[in-house]
Design a protein around this ligand. Structure first.
Ligand SMILES: NC(=O)c1ccc[n+]([C@@H]2O[C@H](COP(=O)([O-])OP(=O)(O)OC[C@H]3O[C@@H](n4cnc5c(N)ncnc54)[C@H](OP(=O)(O)O)[C@@H]3O)[C@@H](O)[C@H]2O)c1
Length: 342
């Protein structure tokens, strides 16, 4: 039995209870406890892409029982997310909303206003989690992707450590419940720990959102976070499922790889539990003690994703560990990311 599930009484609020939302049966999903003491659901909902569909998709996700919504300023969907949340009628305090500060607003004098813009679009007085999207600063201004005449990004002078200090002040004001990072390397997280005096509630970020899936397992990095008490949210948890990355940025070495969810071994593991390969992939992350935030705008897919917090036996976890290919789908360096987002 995996330790995550052995400890579930202590760390999780998983139950067979089903609450009614809009007359539908909504599933109660297990959750983890952050170093702030707050609960974070094990399965959440990503909102990158398909802006026109996001209001309904967020609404559906909440109706089906998902309670963690992940968004970002740069996705340009915060208004849709806010409307989707309002539409369901699920109480705000029952939802965990995470958003991300974009790199042109990393300057200490712009951070508070940037948060206010997000809160206004999300139509909420606070967010449960605010992340720095990348460890990199762009020049201040309305242009999210400032470039010089030769097309190169214009970087800002602010150090991300100073941005972090500005984020800490927001936590004190109550508009942000927890802060964290995304796409940071180990050295970059370590710098935050070394150079900031009061980081979050326990001198460390509450969350690191990073790319993790069976093709990019990052086990050593993941264990390091666990020892520090930093919770990991896996983005792109289905691996190379999102065609956007295939079309825009993948290297030749990985673009030929079959979709993670088509790996025959996941199908056979799934058959043992009566689950699909997608559910096995998501459960693998949850069994490692991480949250997963699959994005979907398709009704039956959301249903499938919601029901993925089941326990995998140790031998199945070990089989999945063999799929690691150290294959990254989403650029961690900012130039690459900007190419994707433009
Ligand atoms: N921090 C960062 O830098 C960063 C980077 C990337 C992503 N993210 C976050 O992570 C979220 C998820 O990442 P992602 O979209 O890259 O990858 P993903 O969630 O792993 O994959 C999304 C793709 O999988 C499909 N899909 C979802 N559930 C499915 C199911 N049950 N069966 C079959 N197909 C399914 C979706 O299809 P449909 O859309 O057609 O339903 C979509 O094409 C994003 O929305 C965003 O919130 C953060």
């Amino acid at each position: 039995m995996s330790s995550v599930f052995m400890n579930k009484i202590a760390i999780a609020t998983r139950s067979s209870n089903r609450s009614r939302v809009f007359g539908q049966k909504a599933r109660t999903i297990m959750s983890f406890t952050l170093n702030t003491g707050a609960k974070i659901p094990a399965i959440g909902f990503g909102t990158f892409q398909d802006p026109d569909a996001q209001e309904d998709a967020v609404c559906q996700a909440l109706q089906k029982g998902l309670r963690l919504i992940d968004t970002a300023r740069v996705y340009d969907v915060e208004k849709q997310v806010g409307r989707g949340v309002k539409k369901t009628g699920v109480k705000r305090e029952d939802i965990f909303i995470a958003t991300k500060l974009w790199c042109n607003d990393y300057h200490p004098e712009t951070v508070s206003r940037a948060l206010e813009d997000s809160l206004s679009d999300l139509d909420t007085p606070y967010v449960d989690l605010l992340l720095m999207h990348y460890p990199c600063t762009f020049a201040s201004g309305a242009d999210r992707f400032p470039r010089d005449a030769s097309g190169k990004m214009i970087h800002g002078k602010t150090d991300y450590v100073d941005t972090w200090r500005a984020l800490e002040r927001l936590v004190g004001e109550g508009r942000v419940r927890a802060i964290g990072v995304s796409n940071f390397s180990k050295g970059e997280v370590q710098r935050l720990l070394d150079e900031t005096s009061v980081v979050s509630h326990r001198k460390i970020p509450a969350v690191h959102q990073m790319e993790v899936h069976p093709y990019l397992q990052q086990q050593t990095f993941s264990d390091w976070h666990r020892r520090l008490g930093i919770h990991i949210i896996q983005f792109s948890p289905l691996g190379n499922m999102n065609d956007f990355y295939r079309q825009t940025g993948w290297s030749k070495e990985i673009s030929h790889m079959m979709r993670v969810i088509d790996q025959p071994v996941l199908k056979s593991i799934g058959e043992k539990y009566g689950k699909s390969p997608v559910q096995v992939v998501l459960a693998w992350g949850v069994n490692h003690g991480r949250s997963v935030i699959p994005k979907s705008v398709v009704d039956w897919q959301i249903d499938e994703n919601v029901a993925a917090d089941f326990e995998l036996e140790r031998e199945d976890m070990e089989i999945i560990s063999e799929l690691d290919a150290k294959a990254r789908c989403v650029y961690r360096d900012i130039q690459g990311a900007v190419c994707l987002l433009m």
